[in-house]
Design a protein around this ligand. Sequence first.
Ligand code: F6P
Length: 320
Amino acid sequence: IKTIGVLTSGGDAPGMNAAIRAVVRTGIYNNLRVMGIKRGYAGLLQKEIMEMDVTSVGETIQRGGTILQTARCPEFVTLEGQKQAAEICHEMGIDAVVVIGGDGSYKGARALSHQGIAVVGIPGTIDLDIACTEYTIGFDTAVNTAMEAIDKVRDTSSSHERCSIIEVMGRNAGYIALWCGIANGAEDILLPEKFDGDEQRIIDNIIANRKKGKQHHIIINAEGIGDSNGMAKRIEAATGIETRATILGYMQRGGSPTCKDRVFASTMGALAVDLLVQGKINRIIAYKDGEYINLDIDEALEMQKNISEYQYKISRILAK
Ligand code: F6P
């Protein structure tokens, strides 16, 4: 392998720049040419590719978003698109591509590997919903951003003795909701993996807490359940307690990455290049049981994940 490409795909996540920087600088350290592919697979198909040097990633480690930009690319789902992408890699002399993204991006990477281009995946998503790994780039920053925002909502919620429903991101997974629920001491946490739609239980909990003298009631609702505004109206009607919904939205995806995201992303970026240098291809980098590991891309894509039952259990006990 002489030339590698690097791209970010799917939703952006704070820390992606640290990973790109590590790929570029570790690649150059190992005498490889490194090509930055803009806008994910869409940019690959459009040949938006430029050579990167050590200075092109200067001043990026502290920046949120992704300097390579990102996109979701429907054309790349077709075999024709995948063949065309592989041809472009051959034409540009790209032997391997480091893909920073989530499961959807790995499916694209696997397709590219079937067309003869070596790939390595790095987990990048705020949702933490990649089965093979306990860490994904951006999750730590996103939960810290959401946690701070929820603390602020809680201040005003207590002053007005209101109930607040705060909706956090996570697509179909409840990791951000669960972590914020624990970190913010939320009275209720609604996770797609757990919530059976029983709003009466929440209403009873609000009334019981009010009787106990609690001034506020914070409900963290995961995006995968949604309908926070509708829920607020129904809760207010049933309890007589003013209830407001706040949807945190895209602010959770932005901002300067935390130390953890910078260090993990840097390590994973360097590891991706090390694997390629050692001739280990079509792997996904992961973090499990306190160690960085790598898995075959097919195996990684078949794995299943669920939220921790223990964490969920304690979140309920601690919220009393
Ligand atoms: O995967 C990250 C994420 O922010 C999810 O939490 C959310 O469901 C989705 O991306 C939103 O995607 P888009 O940027 O396409 O609206």
